[in-house]
Ligand binder design. Sequence first.
Ligand code: ZN
Ligand code: ZN
Length: 250
Amino acid sequence: MNELGSAKNIAEAVREFVADVLFPRTCIGCGSSGSYLCDSCRKNAPRLHEHRCPFCESVVTPEGRTCLACAKRHSLDGVFAPVAFREARDVADAIHILKYEYVTELALPLGKTIAEAVRETELPLPDFIVPVPLHPWKLRYRGFNQSLLLSEPLAASLVPDLPVPIREDLLVRHRFTLPQARSRGAKERRENLRGAFSLDPRNPSAKRDLAGRTVWLVDDVATTDATLEECAKVLKKAGTGSVFGIVVAR
Ligand SMILES: [Zn+2]
Ligand SMILES: [Zn+2]
């Protein structure tokens, strides 16, 4: 190893040591040490057993697929979430800490939660996984896109030895929008997002790549489906065959 390499390793080790002292790895749920969300708390998080159409929320559908009536007016073919946001406090806290306290390590257990649940469904496997993009300003501020981090364990584990491509070159978010939680009201949220996404103009083959394909759009939560639906609209307009939203919790 060259000098630069070993200096980097030492710096990394020091950083990890400091992080361990300042923010010891203890489980958000049970307080056991070793990780921020331990396997048993992750596996015991209350699951959503009954999935509903994401739009009318009244029709029970397999894996949260869009019901026939709503499918006429919407682009998303469904939204699958393994965890009930309101009941699974540990998972909800983990998502918050990942996003707002920048504990990126939490993306791994959360991504695993999605991967394990989705493997038990009959959802059509995706040709691509598309993490919901952040606006470039927000990406620079936060330093990472949590949707991309959640996509990684999912993409790696859907098909043994054959990672599903994660495509960050298909969609862009070109309008800065207020955080969903702070802009009240479903109608206002939809207005706020209208036209916020488009195909990535830097990728001339985006449309060709998407034609007839199955895409899974990955995001952390779907408190409303407005963001996922806006992305799906763009993808469907470009000729994508089917688009499913895949999130940790809703
Ligand atoms: Zn625990
Ligand atoms: Zn419906």
